[in-house]
Design a protein around this ligand. Structure first.
Ligand code: FES
Length: 103
């Protein structure tokens, strides 16, 4: 069952930038790419680096600790095909950004 949690306003997530938020005790990484907002688990599965403080180029975020890269739209690791990092559905309602933390 979905559990939509408010994580901020659309303006809190500028185009081309990464942001870290904590929602319901989970660290999330949010990204705005081409006007759409995407959410990944904010903890890099390599050694726990903060993906929400990574650099975003196009739809690819680079972890600030050791450079692992993920497609923020899908969580797909860019050099390990079997590794898909957890992503979360995002909804925009009345300029507010919600993430389904239970999906
Ligand atoms: S912790 Fe993210 S690349 Fe190492």
């Amino acid at each position: 069952m979905a559990r939509w949690v408010l994580v901020g306003l659309v303006t809190d997530f500028p185009e081309g930038e990464a942001r870290e938020v904590v929602a319901e005790g989970r660290v999330l990484a949010l990204f705005c790419v081409d006007g759409s907002i995407y959410a990944l688990d904010g903890v890099c599965p390599h050694q726990g680096g903060p993906l929400g403080r990574g650099s975003l180029r196009g739809c690819i975020v680079t972890c600030p600790w050791h450079g692992w890269q993920y497609d923020v739209r899908t969580g797909q690791h860019q050099s390990i095909p079997s590794l898909v990092h957890r992503s979360y559905p995002v909804q925009i309602r009345d300029n507010q950004v919600f993430v389904d933390v239970d999906s």
